[in-house]
Design a protein around this ligand. Structure first.
Ligand SMILES: NC(=O)c1ccc[n+]([C@@H]2O[C@H](COP(=O)([O-])OP(=O)(O)OC[C@H]3O[C@@H](n4cnc5c(N)ncnc54)[C@H](O)[C@@H]3O)[C@@H](O)[C@H]2O)c1
Ligand SMILES: N[C@H](C(=O)O)[C@H](O)COP(=O)(O)O
Length: 393
Protein backbone atom coordinates (compact mmCIF):
# COMPACT_ATOMS: atom_id res chain seq x y z
CA UNK A 1 0.00 0.00 0.00
CA UNK A 2 1.13 3.54 -0.63
CA UNK A 3 1.11 6.23 2.09
CA UNK A 4 -2.05 7.62 0.45
CA UNK A 5 -3.79 4.26 0.85
CA UNK A 6 -2.63 4.10 4.47
CA UNK A 7 -4.05 7.55 5.16
CA UNK A 8 -6.49 7.58 8.05
CA UNK A 9 -10.10 8.68 7.75
CA UNK A 10 -10.22 12.43 7.36
CA UNK A 11 -7.16 12.38 5.19
CA UNK A 12 -4.57 12.33 7.99
CA UNK A 13 -1.28 10.92 6.73
CA UNK A 14 0.48 7.91 8.22
CA UNK A 15 3.03 8.70 10.96
CA UNK A 16 6.69 9.43 10.29
CA UNK A 17 9.04 6.61 11.27
CA UNK A 18 12.04 7.90 13.24
CA UNK A 19 15.02 5.58 13.42
CA UNK A 20 16.57 5.75 16.89
CA UNK A 21 20.13 6.58 15.84
CA UNK A 22 23.20 6.22 18.02
CA UNK A 23 22.04 5.53 21.59
CA UNK A 24 25.23 7.14 22.94
CA UNK A 25 24.54 10.39 21.10
CA UNK A 26 22.00 13.15 21.56
CA UNK A 27 19.31 11.32 19.56
CA UNK A 28 17.20 10.14 22.52
CA UNK A 29 17.10 13.55 24.20
CA UNK A 30 16.24 15.49 21.03
CA UNK A 31 13.56 12.92 20.12
CA UNK A 32 11.96 13.38 23.54
CA UNK A 33 12.15 17.17 23.18
CA UNK A 34 10.70 17.03 19.67
CA UNK A 35 7.82 14.89 20.92
CA UNK A 36 7.09 17.46 23.67
CA UNK A 37 6.99 20.27 21.10
CA UNK A 38 5.08 18.45 18.37
CA UNK A 39 2.56 16.68 20.59
CA UNK A 40 1.67 20.11 21.97
CA UNK A 41 1.34 21.39 18.41
CA UNK A 42 -0.66 18.32 17.35
CA UNK A 43 1.48 17.35 14.36
CA UNK A 44 3.31 15.89 12.64
CA UNK A 45 2.78 12.53 14.32
CA UNK A 46 5.88 10.37 14.56
CA UNK A 47 6.98 7.17 16.24
CA UNK A 48 10.48 6.23 17.30
CA UNK A 49 12.05 2.89 16.46
CA UNK A 50 14.45 1.97 19.23
CA UNK A 51 14.79 0.99 22.86
CA UNK A 52 11.94 2.66 24.78
CA UNK A 53 14.16 2.92 27.86
CA UNK A 54 16.31 5.45 26.00
CA UNK A 55 13.41 7.85 25.62
CA UNK A 56 11.92 7.14 29.05
CA UNK A 57 15.30 8.11 30.52
CA UNK A 58 14.73 11.57 29.03
CA UNK A 59 11.52 11.94 31.03
CA UNK A 60 9.24 11.40 28.05
CA UNK A 61 6.22 9.17 28.69
CA UNK A 62 6.43 6.39 26.11
CA UNK A 63 3.71 4.22 24.65
CA UNK A 64 5.05 0.91 23.39
CA UNK A 65 3.06 0.28 20.23
CA UNK A 66 2.85 -2.90 18.19
CA UNK A 67 2.35 -1.17 14.86
CA UNK A 68 2.89 2.28 13.49
CA UNK A 69 -0.82 2.76 12.86
CA UNK A 70 -1.34 2.97 16.65
CA UNK A 71 0.84 6.09 16.94
CA UNK A 72 -1.78 8.78 16.17
CA UNK A 73 -4.07 7.60 18.97
CA UNK A 74 -1.38 7.92 21.65
CA UNK A 75 0.74 10.79 20.32
CA UNK A 76 -0.92 13.52 22.37
CA UNK A 77 -0.10 11.79 25.67
CA UNK A 78 3.03 9.73 24.99
CA UNK A 79 5.90 9.27 22.57
CA UNK A 80 4.97 6.20 20.50
CA UNK A 81 7.82 3.71 20.34
CA UNK A 82 8.25 0.52 18.37
CA UNK A 83 10.32 -0.99 21.17
CA UNK A 84 13.42 -2.75 19.87
CA UNK A 85 15.77 -3.42 22.80
CA UNK A 86 19.47 -2.64 22.74
CA UNK A 87 22.05 -5.36 23.22
CA UNK A 88 23.94 -3.39 25.89
CA UNK A 89 23.08 -0.45 28.16
CA UNK A 90 23.62 2.94 26.53
CA UNK A 91 26.16 5.34 28.00
CA UNK A 92 26.09 8.94 26.72
CA UNK A 93 29.19 9.81 24.73
CA UNK A 94 30.52 6.25 24.77
CA UNK A 95 29.31 4.16 21.82
CA UNK A 96 29.23 0.42 22.41
CA UNK A 97 30.00 -1.78 19.39
CA UNK A 98 27.51 -4.33 20.76
CA UNK A 99 24.69 -1.92 19.94
CA UNK A 100 25.74 -1.16 16.37
CA UNK A 101 23.65 -3.95 14.77
CA UNK A 102 20.55 -2.65 16.59
CA UNK A 103 21.11 0.86 15.23
CA UNK A 104 21.40 -0.49 11.70
CA UNK A 105 18.27 -2.65 12.15
CA UNK A 106 16.27 0.40 13.30
CA UNK A 107 17.14 2.20 10.06
CA UNK A 108 16.20 -0.86 8.03
CA UNK A 109 12.85 -1.12 9.78
CA UNK A 110 12.05 2.56 9.22
CA UNK A 111 12.75 2.16 5.52
CA UNK A 112 10.60 -0.96 5.29
CA UNK A 113 7.72 0.91 6.90
CA UNK A 114 8.05 3.79 4.44
CA UNK A 115 8.37 1.52 1.42
CA UNK A 116 5.22 -0.33 2.50
CA UNK A 117 3.33 2.93 2.91
CA UNK A 118 2.77 2.41 6.65
CA UNK A 119 5.03 5.41 7.30
CA UNK A 120 4.68 8.61 5.31
CA UNK A 121 8.40 9.36 5.64
CA UNK A 122 11.59 8.41 7.43
CA UNK A 123 13.44 10.81 9.69
CA UNK A 124 16.74 9.49 10.95
CA UNK A 125 18.41 10.38 14.24
CA UNK A 126 22.19 10.79 13.94
CA UNK A 127 24.56 7.89 13.67
CA UNK A 128 28.30 7.68 14.09
CA UNK A 129 29.50 5.99 10.95
CA UNK A 130 32.74 4.79 12.48
CA UNK A 131 30.92 3.22 15.44
CA UNK A 132 28.66 1.32 13.04
CA UNK A 133 31.60 0.24 10.91
CA UNK A 134 33.50 -1.01 13.96
CA UNK A 135 30.49 -2.68 15.57
CA UNK A 136 28.45 -3.93 12.66
CA UNK A 137 30.73 -3.85 9.64
CA UNK A 138 28.55 -1.05 8.26
CA UNK A 139 29.84 -0.65 4.73
CA UNK A 140 28.31 2.71 3.85
CA UNK A 141 29.70 6.19 4.41
CA UNK A 142 26.37 7.44 5.73
CA UNK A 143 22.62 7.08 5.81
CA UNK A 144 22.35 8.60 2.34
CA UNK A 145 24.12 5.77 0.59
CA UNK A 146 22.63 3.09 2.89
CA UNK A 147 19.09 4.28 2.25
CA UNK A 148 19.61 4.21 -1.51
CA UNK A 149 20.83 0.64 -1.19
CA UNK A 150 17.88 -0.40 1.00
CA UNK A 151 15.45 1.18 -1.45
CA UNK A 152 17.10 -0.37 -4.49
CA UNK A 153 17.48 3.15 -5.86
CA UNK A 154 20.19 4.54 -8.06
CA UNK A 155 22.81 6.98 -6.83
CA UNK A 156 21.18 9.34 -4.31
CA UNK A 157 21.60 13.07 -3.91
CA UNK A 158 22.09 14.91 -0.63
CA UNK A 159 20.41 18.26 -0.12
CA UNK A 160 20.59 20.45 2.96
CA UNK A 161 17.76 22.93 3.30
CA UNK A 162 17.36 25.63 5.90
CA UNK A 163 15.79 29.02 6.47
CA UNK A 164 18.57 30.80 4.56
CA UNK A 165 19.79 28.51 1.81
CA UNK A 166 19.79 25.11 0.15
CA UNK A 167 22.92 23.29 -0.96
CA UNK A 168 23.58 20.08 -2.86
CA UNK A 169 27.03 18.45 -2.79
CA UNK A 170 27.65 16.53 -6.04
CA UNK A 171 30.21 14.23 -4.43
CA UNK A 172 29.05 13.34 -0.93
CA UNK A 173 31.11 11.52 1.67
CA UNK A 174 34.35 11.34 -0.30
CA UNK A 175 37.89 12.04 0.80
CA UNK A 176 38.97 15.37 -0.63
CA UNK A 177 41.89 13.78 -2.45
CA UNK A 178 39.44 11.58 -4.41
CA UNK A 179 37.04 14.34 -5.42
CA UNK A 180 38.55 15.39 -8.78
CA UNK A 181 38.56 11.82 -10.04
CA UNK A 182 35.03 11.15 -8.83
CA UNK A 183 33.55 14.33 -10.23
CA UNK A 184 31.84 13.31 -13.44
CA UNK A 185 29.42 14.95 -15.84
CA UNK A 186 26.96 12.20 -14.97
CA UNK A 187 27.17 12.98 -11.25
CA UNK A 188 26.76 16.72 -11.83
CA UNK A 189 23.76 16.22 -14.09
CA UNK A 190 22.12 13.67 -11.79
CA UNK A 191 22.46 15.91 -8.73
CA UNK A 192 21.13 18.91 -10.67
CA UNK A 193 18.15 16.96 -11.98
CA UNK A 194 17.34 15.58 -8.53
CA UNK A 195 17.57 19.09 -7.08
CA UNK A 196 15.45 20.59 -9.86
CA UNK A 197 12.77 17.96 -9.36
CA UNK A 198 12.76 18.40 -5.57
CA UNK A 199 12.54 22.18 -5.79
CA UNK A 200 9.49 21.89 -8.00
CA UNK A 201 7.72 18.92 -6.45
CA UNK A 202 8.71 19.15 -2.79
CA UNK A 203 9.32 22.89 -2.33
CA UNK A 204 6.78 24.25 -4.81
CA UNK A 205 9.05 26.41 -6.95
CA UNK A 206 7.67 26.64 -10.47
CA UNK A 207 10.91 27.72 -12.08
CA UNK A 208 13.80 26.75 -9.82
CA UNK A 209 17.15 28.46 -10.28
CA UNK A 210 20.28 26.47 -9.60
CA UNK A 211 23.80 27.85 -9.37
CA UNK A 212 26.79 25.55 -9.74
CA UNK A 213 30.10 26.20 -8.09
CA UNK A 214 33.41 25.50 -9.78
CA UNK A 215 35.83 23.04 -8.25
CA UNK A 216 38.95 25.20 -8.25
CA UNK A 217 39.75 28.65 -6.85
CA UNK A 218 38.09 31.35 -8.95
CA UNK A 219 36.25 28.62 -10.85
CA UNK A 220 39.56 27.79 -12.52
CA UNK A 221 40.34 31.38 -13.61
CA UNK A 222 39.87 30.54 -17.26
CA UNK A 223 42.06 27.46 -17.02
CA UNK A 224 44.91 29.11 -15.14
CA UNK A 225 43.94 27.38 -11.86
CA UNK A 226 42.51 24.10 -13.07
CA UNK A 227 40.64 22.80 -16.07
CA UNK A 228 37.68 20.89 -14.56
CA UNK A 229 35.42 23.91 -15.09
CA UNK A 230 36.22 24.05 -18.82
CA UNK A 231 36.38 20.35 -19.55
CA UNK A 232 33.72 18.94 -17.24
CA UNK A 233 31.48 21.33 -15.36
CA UNK A 234 30.61 23.88 -18.07
CA UNK A 235 29.69 21.18 -20.63
CA UNK A 236 27.52 19.41 -18.05
CA UNK A 237 25.74 22.67 -17.25
CA UNK A 238 25.21 23.33 -20.97
CA UNK A 239 23.54 19.94 -21.31
CA UNK A 240 21.34 20.69 -18.31
CA UNK A 241 20.29 24.01 -19.83
CA UNK A 242 19.42 22.21 -23.06
CA UNK A 243 17.13 20.02 -20.95
CA UNK A 244 15.35 23.03 -19.51
CA UNK A 245 17.19 23.35 -16.20
CA UNK A 246 17.96 26.94 -15.21
CA UNK A 247 21.50 26.64 -13.89
CA UNK A 248 24.14 29.34 -13.67
CA UNK A 249 27.86 28.69 -13.42
CA UNK A 250 30.38 27.42 -12.89
CA UNK A 251 30.75 30.23 -10.35
CA UNK A 252 33.66 30.97 -8.03
CA UNK A 253 32.55 29.20 -4.84
CA UNK A 254 33.95 31.86 -2.55
CA UNK A 255 31.74 34.57 -4.03
CA UNK A 256 28.39 32.84 -4.46
CA UNK A 257 27.17 32.67 -0.86
CA UNK A 258 27.04 36.34 0.17
CA UNK A 259 23.50 37.67 0.53
CA UNK A 260 23.19 39.42 -2.84
CA UNK A 261 24.61 36.41 -4.68
CA UNK A 262 22.35 34.00 -2.79
CA UNK A 263 19.30 35.96 -3.89
CA UNK A 264 19.96 34.83 -7.48
CA UNK A 265 19.50 31.12 -6.88
CA UNK A 266 17.28 28.64 -5.05
CA UNK A 267 19.88 25.93 -4.50
CA UNK A 268 23.64 25.79 -4.87
CA UNK A 269 25.18 22.81 -6.59
CA UNK A 270 28.57 22.28 -4.98
CA UNK A 271 31.32 19.97 -6.11
CA UNK A 272 32.23 18.44 -2.75
CA UNK A 273 30.90 17.99 0.78
CA UNK A 274 32.50 20.88 2.63
CA UNK A 275 32.04 23.35 -0.23
CA UNK A 276 28.32 22.89 0.41
CA UNK A 277 28.15 22.16 4.10
CA UNK A 278 30.47 24.87 5.43
CA UNK A 279 28.28 27.76 4.22
CA UNK A 280 25.16 25.81 5.13
CA UNK A 281 26.10 24.95 8.70
CA UNK A 282 27.57 28.43 9.22
CA UNK A 283 24.26 30.05 8.31
CA UNK A 284 21.61 27.44 9.06
CA UNK A 285 22.99 24.94 11.59
CA UNK A 286 20.25 25.44 14.18
CA UNK A 287 17.31 24.67 11.90
CA UNK A 288 19.01 22.94 8.99
CA UNK A 289 17.60 19.76 7.50
CA UNK A 290 19.44 17.08 5.58
CA UNK A 291 17.30 15.30 2.99
CA UNK A 292 17.95 12.53 0.53
CA UNK A 293 16.77 12.88 -3.06
CA UNK A 294 16.47 10.12 -5.62
CA UNK A 295 14.69 7.68 -3.29
CA UNK A 296 11.16 6.32 -3.64
CA UNK A 297 10.54 7.50 -0.05
CA UNK A 298 10.81 10.81 1.80
CA UNK A 299 13.82 10.94 4.11
CA UNK A 300 14.96 13.83 6.27
CA UNK A 301 17.31 14.20 9.20
CA UNK A 302 18.66 16.92 11.45
CA UNK A 303 21.80 18.47 9.99
CA UNK A 304 23.97 17.70 13.00
CA UNK A 305 25.67 14.57 14.26
CA UNK A 306 25.79 12.55 17.43
CA UNK A 307 27.38 15.37 19.47
CA UNK A 308 29.01 13.00 21.97
CA UNK A 309 30.58 16.01 23.67
CA UNK A 310 27.19 17.14 25.03
CA UNK A 311 25.21 13.87 25.03
CA UNK A 312 23.32 13.23 28.26
CA UNK A 313 23.74 16.80 29.52
CA UNK A 314 20.28 17.96 28.49
CA UNK A 315 21.59 20.95 26.52
CA UNK A 316 21.14 19.65 22.95
CA UNK A 317 18.79 21.66 20.77
CA UNK A 318 15.93 19.80 19.10
CA UNK A 319 15.23 22.58 16.59
CA UNK A 320 16.93 20.87 13.67
CA UNK A 321 15.07 17.61 14.36
CA UNK A 322 11.76 19.45 14.65
CA UNK A 323 12.48 21.18 11.33
CA UNK A 324 13.35 17.78 9.82
CA UNK A 325 10.06 16.26 10.99
CA UNK A 326 8.06 19.19 9.71
CA UNK A 327 9.86 19.13 6.40
CA UNK A 328 9.29 15.38 6.06
CA UNK A 329 5.57 15.87 6.64
CA UNK A 330 5.41 18.72 4.12
CA UNK A 331 7.31 16.76 1.49
CA UNK A 332 5.13 13.69 1.99
CA UNK A 333 2.06 15.89 1.64
CA UNK A 334 3.38 17.42 -1.59
CA UNK A 335 4.15 14.01 -3.06
CA UNK A 336 0.73 12.65 -2.10
CA UNK A 337 -0.91 15.61 -3.78
CA UNK A 338 1.21 15.11 -6.89
CA UNK A 339 0.32 11.40 -6.94
CA UNK A 340 -3.38 12.18 -6.54
CA UNK A 341 -3.23 14.73 -9.36
CA UNK A 342 -1.45 12.18 -11.51
CA UNK A 343 -4.13 9.59 -10.82
CA UNK A 344 -6.76 12.08 -11.91
CA UNK A 345 -5.00 13.21 -15.09
CA UNK A 346 -3.50 9.84 -16.01
CA UNK A 347 0.16 10.92 -15.80
CA UNK A 348 2.83 9.21 -13.69
CA UNK A 349 3.10 11.68 -10.83
CA UNK A 350 6.78 12.37 -11.38
CA UNK A 351 6.09 16.07 -11.55
CA UNK A 352 8.96 18.46 -11.26
CA UNK A 353 11.04 17.13 -14.13
CA UNK A 354 12.63 19.58 -16.53
CA UNK A 355 10.49 20.90 -19.34
CA UNK A 356 12.25 19.63 -22.43
CA UNK A 357 13.40 16.13 -21.69
CA UNK A 358 11.13 13.18 -21.05
CA UNK A 359 13.72 11.12 -19.18
CA UNK A 360 15.37 13.14 -16.46
CA UNK A 361 17.40 10.19 -15.30
CA UNK A 362 16.28 10.59 -11.71
CA UNK A 363 14.88 7.13 -11.37
CA UNK A 364 11.34 8.42 -11.23
CA UNK A 365 10.47 8.34 -14.89
CA UNK A 366 9.12 10.90 -17.27
CA UNK A 367 7.16 13.86 -16.05
CA UNK A 368 5.75 17.19 -17.07
CA UNK A 369 6.02 20.80 -16.06
CA UNK A 370 2.30 21.48 -16.01
CA UNK A 371 2.29 22.35 -12.35
CA UNK A 372 4.74 22.65 -9.54
CA UNK A 373 4.53 20.38 -6.50
CA UNK A 374 1.31 20.90 -4.69
CA UNK A 375 0.46 20.92 -1.03
CA UNK A 376 3.56 21.41 1.05
CA UNK A 377 5.19 24.50 -0.26
CA UNK A 378 4.04 27.94 0.60
CA UNK A 379 7.09 30.04 -0.18
CA UNK A 380 6.67 32.27 -3.21
CA UNK A 381 8.71 31.41 -6.24
CA UNK A 382 10.79 34.54 -6.10
CA UNK A 383 11.71 37.33 -3.79
CA UNK A 384 12.36 35.53 -0.53
CA UNK A 385 15.36 33.69 0.75
CA UNK A 386 15.44 30.04 -0.17
CA UNK A 387 14.88 27.82 2.80
CA UNK A 388 12.74 25.43 4.70
CA UNK A 389 10.14 27.89 5.85
CA UNK A 390 7.70 26.23 3.52
CA UNK A 391 7.99 23.04 5.49
CA UNK A 392 6.98 24.49 8.83
CA UNK A 393 3.54 23.11 9.04
N1 LIG B 1 22.69 12.56 10.02
C1 LIG B 1 23.69 11.97 10.67
O1 LIG B 1 23.59 10.84 11.05
C2 LIG B 1 24.95 12.76 10.94
C3 LIG B 1 25.10 14.09 10.54
C4 LIG B 1 26.30 14.73 10.79
C5 LIG B 1 27.32 14.07 11.47
N2 LIG B 1 27.10 12.77 11.85
C6 LIG B 1 28.11 12.02 12.61
O2 LIG B 1 28.15 12.54 13.94
C7 LIG B 1 29.45 12.33 14.46
C8 LIG B 1 29.94 13.60 15.10
O3 LIG B 1 30.10 14.58 14.08
P1 LIG B 1 30.62 16.06 14.32
O4 LIG B 1 31.30 16.16 15.62
O5 LIG B 1 31.31 16.47 13.09
O6 LIG B 1 29.31 16.93 14.32
P2 LIG B 1 28.18 17.13 15.41
O7 LIG B 1 27.07 17.79 14.67
O8 LIG B 1 27.87 15.89 16.13
O9 LIG B 1 28.80 18.16 16.46
C9 LIG B 1 29.41 19.38 16.07
C10 LIG B 1 29.29 20.41 17.21
O10 LIG B 1 27.96 20.89 17.25
C11 LIG B 1 27.36 20.64 18.52
N3 LIG B 1 26.01 20.18 18.30
C12 LIG B 1 25.60 19.24 17.40
N4 LIG B 1 24.29 19.07 17.46
C13 LIG B 1 23.83 19.91 18.41
C14 LIG B 1 22.53 20.19 18.94
N5 LIG B 1 21.43 19.55 18.49
N6 LIG B 1 22.43 21.10 19.93
C15 LIG B 1 23.52 21.74 20.38
N7 LIG B 1 24.77 21.53 19.91
C16 LIG B 1 24.92 20.62 18.94
C17 LIG B 1 28.21 19.55 19.16
O11 LIG B 1 28.13 19.58 20.56
C18 LIG B 1 29.59 19.84 18.59
O12 LIG B 1 30.21 20.82 19.36
C19 LIG B 1 30.31 11.83 13.30
O13 LIG B 1 30.46 10.44 13.43
C20 LIG B 1 29.50 12.16 12.07
O14 LIG B 1 29.70 11.25 11.03
C21 LIG B 1 25.95 12.12 11.62
N1 LIG C 1 27.14 14.81 5.57
C1 LIG C 1 26.17 14.97 6.58
C2 LIG C 1 26.50 16.13 7.45
O1 LIG C 1 27.66 16.39 7.63
O2 LIG C 1 25.59 16.70 7.99
C3 LIG C 1 26.12 13.79 7.47
O3 LIG C 1 27.31 13.07 7.40
C4 LIG C 1 24.92 12.99 7.35
O4 LIG C 1 24.97 12.10 6.31
P1 LIG C 1 23.89 10.95 6.21
O5 LIG C 1 22.56 11.61 6.21
O6 LIG C 1 24.23 10.32 4.92
O7 LIG C 1 24.11 10.06 7.37
Amino acid sequence: MTPAEHARPGGAPPPIAVSGGDPAGIGPEIAAAAWRALSAAGSPVFAAIGDAALFEAQGAPCARIAQLAEAPAVFARALPVLHRPLAAPARPGRPDPANAPCVVAWIEEAVRLALSGAASAVTTLPINKKALKDGAGFAFPGHTEFLADLCGAGAPTMMLAGPTLRVVPVTIHEPLACVPALLSAEAIERAALHAHQALRRDFGLRAPRLAAAGLNPHAGEGGAMGREEIELIAPALARLRARGVDVAGPLPADAMFHPAARARWDAALCMYHDQALIPFKTLDFDEGVNLTLGLPIVRTSPDHGTAYDIAGRGVASARSLIAALRMAAAMARARRAAAEDATQDGSDGADGEPDREPDAGTGSGPGSARRAGSGAPTRPDRGSAPGAGDARS
